[in-house]
Design a protein around this ligand. Structure first.
Ligand SMILES: *Cc1c(COP(=O)(O)O)cnc(C)c1O
Length: 519
C-alpha cells in the first residue's frame, strides 16, 4: 500500500504538510468556499442590469412612491450566479447521499418522474384553462386517484390537500362534517402517545380537545386504555400506522371496530404507508380517512426540492363529505373536474368546502403516477418489502451498540428506533448527530418520538443499496462507540462543517430575520 503511485506521491509526504485545520488566507478550504451574506458582498449602487432612466410618463402612485433608496444589495450577473451556486453547495440533498430522517421517507426522486412532469402538456397548463383543453391532465389526476383508492382499499379520495398535515386537516374536517350532518357534534379526538406531532396539532386546529392514549411497553397503542376512553363525546381517533416507533399497529381492526361501535371515526396518519404499500389495504382495517404523502411513499421531492402533496383517501361513510374539486370519469370516458356548479350533478351535495384554490399539485401528480406506473403493482409491493428489510438491517446491525427499546417487539417496519441509554455521562443524542455531520451524513430524526429518551429514528428507505447501508452503519457504529466511551472530541463536532455548533435554541427562539449593518 505504501508504494509510490505514478505521480511520485508517498504517504509520508502528507505528514509534512501543514495542519489541515490551519486557517487559509481566504477562509476557503479547498473546494469548500466560504460565502458571506449577499448584504455583505453586494452594494446598492451595483446592479446586474443596465436600464435607461425612464423619461416622461405620469406618476400614478398618488403620493405612495418611495422617498428613500430601497437599499437592496446588487451584484453583477456572474457574482450573483456564484453567490447562489456557492450557497447551494453548502446544502445536503438526497442526490448527494443517504438522508436517514425517520418518518420522512427521504427516497431517491427518479429522473423519469422529472422528465414526465416537464412535458409541456402537463408543465405548461394553467388551472383556469377551459376543461376541454386539459382533459389529458385531468385524466392523470383521475388515474392517480384510482391507484390511490385501489392501493388503500378505500372508497374515494380528495386530491387537493398540499401536504400531509394539510391532508390531516382535510380528513378531520370530513369527520366533523359527517358528525354535524347527523346532528351529533363531539368534542374530543383521541391521539396515542406515539403519534406524529402534526396529529394533535391538526385536531386542536380543527377545534377539538386532544386527549392522549398511552402506549404499551412494546410501543403500540394500549387497546384497553383506548376502549375505556371511548364514549359519546369522542369524535374519533388519529392513529399513525405503522407508528412512529416503527411498529405496525396489529390491533388496528379492533381499534376501528371499537371506535365505530362508539359512533366515532378513524383517522389513520398514512405518512408511513411506504412500509405497507402493496401488502396492506387500510380500508380493510376499518380506516375512514388517511392522507398519503406523495413526497414520501410516491417519491416526489420534499421541501426545497418541490412542494408536498397529501391526497386523502376516504371511506364510503366519509366520501360524501369530501372537499371540492374532484375528478370523475363519466360513462363516455371523459374525465371532468367537478367544482361547485357541477357538484349536484355528480351527487356530491354535502362536501365541507375546499382545501385549496385549485386542484392541488399537478407537478406532483404527474411524478407520482410516473413512479407508480414504472413500478407496477408488483414493484410497489417490493418497495415496501425492501424498505422494511433495509430498516431491519440497520436495526440488527446496531442494536449491540445503540439501545433499541422495541427490538424485542419483533421486526420493525420502515424505520429503526434507538435511544441514548448506554452513552457516557453527559453525552447526548445531539453529540452523536453532530458527529454524523462530520462523517458526511445528514443526521437522523432526533428526540422523536417522545416516548423514547434521546430518540434516534433512522429510516433508510428501499432506495439505498447494501453497500450504502454498510457505510452508513459503519459511521453510525463509530459515533455510537465514541458516545459510549465519552470521547471528548465528540463534544466538539462538527469540526469539518462550514459552521461549528450553533446555538439552535437561540436561533429558534430569537431568529434574526433581518440583516442590519454590523450585526
Ligand atoms: C411527514 C409526516 C407528517 C406530516 O406530513 P407533511 O407532508 O410534512 O405535512 C405527518 N405524520 C407523519 C407520521 C409524518 O411522517
Amino acid at each position: 500500500m505504501n508504494a509510490p503511485n505514478k505521480s511520485g506521491w508517498k504517504p509520508e509526504m502528507d505528514a509534512a504538510l501543514p495542519d489541515a485545520a490551519a486557517p487559509t488566507h481566504t477562509g476557503n478550504r479547498a473546494l469548500m468556499l466560504e460565502e458571506k451574506l449577499i448584504f455583505e458582498i453586494g452594494s446598492s449602487d451595483t446592479t446586474g442590469v443596465d436600464l435607461p432612466v425612464a423619461k416622461g410618463g405620469t406618476n400614478r402612485l398618488g403620493g405612495m412612491e418611495r422617498s428613500a433608496p430601497i437599499g437592496l444589495p446588487g451584484l453583477s450577473e456572474p457574482e450573483a450566479v456564484r453567490h447562489y451556486t456557492r450557497l447551494s453547495r453548502q446544502n445536503y440533498a438526497i442526490d448527494l447521499g443517504l438522508f436517514p430522517l425517520g418518518s420522512c421517507t427521504m427516497k431517491h426522486n427518479p429522473r423519469l418522474n422529472e422528465k414526465v412532469a416537464r412535458m409541456p402538456g402537463f408543465a405548461d397548463v394553467h388551472p383556469l384553462q377551459p376543461q376541454e383543453t386539459v382533459r389529458g391532465a385531468l385524466g392523470v389526476i383521475n388515474e392517480l386517484a384510482q391507484w390511490l383508492i385501489d392501493l388503500t382499499g378505500m372508497h374515494g379520495v380528495a386530491m387537493s390537500p398540499k401536504a400531509g398535515a394539510h391532508g390531516e386537516l382535510c380528513g378531520i374536517l370530513c369527520i366533523r362534517a359527517a358528525l354535524d350532518a347527523r346532528g351529533d357534534p363531539r368534542e374530543v379526538i383521541l391521539v396515542p402517545e406515539s403519534a406524529h406531532g402534526t396529529n394533535p396539532a391538526t385536531a386542536a386546529f380543527a377545534g377539538y380537545r386532544v386527549e392522549n392514549i398511552p402506549a404499551t411497553a412494546e410501543g403500540r397503542v394500549d387497546l384497553a386504555a383506548l376502549k375505556a376512553r371511548l364514549g359519546p363525546d369522542v369524535a374519533g381517533v388519529m392513529i399513525t400506522n405503522p407508528n412512529t416507533c416503527g411498529l405496525f399497529e396489529r390491533d388496528m381492526k379492533a381499534i376501528s371496530d371499537a371506535v365505530h361501535a362508539a359512533g366515532g371515526y378513524v383517522y389513520c396518519d398514512g405518512a408511513n404507508f411506504n412500509a405497507i404499500v402493496g401488502r396492506v389495504r387500510p380500508g380493510d382495517l376499518g380506516v375512514d380517512a388517511m392522507h398519503i404523502n406523495l413526497h414520501k411513499t410516491f417519491s416526489t421531492p420534499h421541501g426545497g426540492g418541490g412542494p408536498g402533496s397529501g391526497p386523502v383517501v376516504l371511506s364510503e361513510a366519509l366520501s360524501p363529505f369530501g372537499p371540492l374539486p374532484f375528478t370523475a370519469r363519466t360513462e363516455d370516458g371523459v374525465v371532468h373536474l367537478v367544482e361547485e356548479e357541477g357538484a349536484e350533478e355528480f351527487g356530491h351535495t354535502q362536501g365541507f368546502g375546499r382545501m385549496t384554490a385549485f386542484h392541488g399539485q399537478m407537478g406532483m401528480f404527474t411524478r407520482a403516477l410516473a413512479y407508480i406506473l414504472s413500478h407496477g403493482a408488483d414493484g410497489l409491493r417490493q418497495v415496501a418489502e425492501d424498505a422494511v428489510l433495509n430498516a431491519n438491517y440497520v436495526l440488527r446491525s446496531c442494536e449491540d451498540l445503540l439501545h433499541a427499546p422495541y427490538a424485542a417487539s419483533g421486526p420493525c417496519m420502515h424505520e429503526a428506533l434507538f435511544g441514548d441509554e448506554g452513552f457516557a455521562d453527559g453525552f447526548t443524542t445531539l453529540d452523536l448527530a453532530k458527529a454524523l455531520i462530520d462523517e458526511g451524513y445528514h443526521p437522523m430524526t432526533m428526540y422523536f418520538p417522545l416516548v423514547v429518551h434521546g430518540a434516534m429514528l433512522v429510516e433508510p428507505t428501499e432506495t439505498e443499496s447494501k453497500a450504502a447501508l454498510d457505510q452508513f452503519i459503519g459511521a453510525l457504529r463509530s459515533v455510537a462507540e465514541r458516545a459510549r466511551a465519552g470521547d471528548p472530541a465528540l463534544k466538539q463536532a462538527p469540526i469539518h462543517a462550514p459552521r461549528r455548533r450553533l446555538d439552535e435554541t437561540l436561533a429558534a427562539r430569537k431568529p434574526v430575520l433581518a440583516w442590519s449593518e454590523g450585526e
